[in-house]
Design a binder for this molecule. Structure first.
Ligand code: ATP
Ligand code: MG
Length: 305
């Protein structure tokens, strides 16, 4: 249930990084009317050649799945299919999948300013509380949309939020898009699930059961903490065993100094999934919070407490 892209329609360029069993490259997707073998150049002269700056097509990201078992490939297609069913301004656009020999490639929209965690670390002290609330609301609106369709993302974190517009100048606003969740949850190993602590909902660690929307509410809460804390969480340096222990003891990360914000985040980070608020509620409360404009910066120290 996704668009099949022919191998010769895509061009691969520089390596951007590695994800969960993937390698990511920037690249180009040739679009109809832009292909070399179509003679559209004759009437393309209206803008001169300098206007055809995108001869190669449109800029995309190519997510190449590692050589893997059929089950993993199916889990990858499952995500491509999920993303192809949805349409929301704050969800990344997936063009389709290309199968090139034994390589499976997800072709998705290239989002110019990269992942939010890197952006926040780089622009520390520059982004305002209002900027952060705007981003949080955009994320909540995408997740509220998924919730209304009974769809689950399952991999919400700052790394998977991409910055399309910086919005750092006076009078401008940021614009972010939630990326695809990568290989479907069901195909993750136990170790991969433990690595995803604290973003993964606690109930999803032990058995790898298919997560519900409530799992995204937990992920949202952690992501909000990450945003408060300029793209960092105090758990990055701890071992897998310590991560497991953190959930077993139902621990909590340090909260932001604002009482209102802290209690809002605590609602999302409830160890009982049934107690977490729906995204409709989250969106409403965020709007109120943004209006009150509390101090969103976090006094997190480097050790979880
Ligand atoms: P995971 O499923 O764990 O999220 P992934 O395959 O999505 O894995 P990421 O780690 O999320 O991989 O992404 C790797 C890097 O690729 C990111 O840090 C970012 O720099 C880049 N990247 C990913 N998607 C995009 C995109 N749509 N536009 C621009 N850059 C991107
Ligand atoms: Mg990703």
């Amino acid at each position: 249930r996704f668009h099949q892209i022919r191998d010769k329609e895509i061009t691969q360029e520089q390596h951007l990084g590695r994800g969960t069993r993937t390698n990511i490259y920037s690249g180009w997707l040739r679009v109809r009317g832009n292909s070399e073998d179509e003679e559209d150049d004759s009437y393309g002269g209206w803008n001169g050649n300098e206007g055809r700056s995108h001869d190669k097509g449109i800029r995309v990201v190519l997510k190449i799945l590692d050589q893997s078992h059929r089950d993993i490939a199916l889990a990858f297609f499952e995500t491509a299919s999920l993303m192809s069913q949805v349409s929301h301004s704050h969800l990344v656009f997936v063009h389709g999948v290309s199968v090139k020999g034994s390589e499976n490639i997800m072709v998705e929209e290239f989002v110019e300013f990269g992942p939010l965690d890197v952006f926040l670390r780089r622009e520390r002290g520059v982004v305002t509380p209002q900027w952060k609330f705007t981003v949080a609301k955009q994320l909540a609106s995408a997740l509220s949309y998924l919730e209304s369709k009974h769809l689950v993302h399952g991999n919400v974190c700052c790394k998977n939020i991409l910055v399309a517009r910086k919005g750092l100048e006076e009078g401008t606003f940021p614009f972010v898009k939630l990326s695809d969740p990568g290989i479907a949850f069901s195909a993750l190993s136990r170790e991969e699930r433990v690595e995803r602590i604290p973003w993964i909902a606690p109930e999803c660690v032990p058995n790898g059961a298919r997560p519900g929307s409530t799992a995204d509410q937990w992920g949202f809460g952690i992501t909000l903490l990450e945003i408060c804390n300029d793209g960092d969480l105090p758990m990055s340096e701890i071992t897998l065993a310590e991560k497991e222990r953190f959930y077993e003891t139902q621990s909590h990360l340090p909260e932001p100094s604002s009482q209102e914000l802290a209690s809002f985040i605590r609602m999302c980070l409830n160890y009982d999934p049934t107690e977490r608020p729906s995204f409709r509620t989250i969106l409403r409360e965020l709007t109120e919070l943004q209006f009150k404009n509390p101090d969103i910066s976090s006094k997190c120290d480097t050790h979880p407490g």
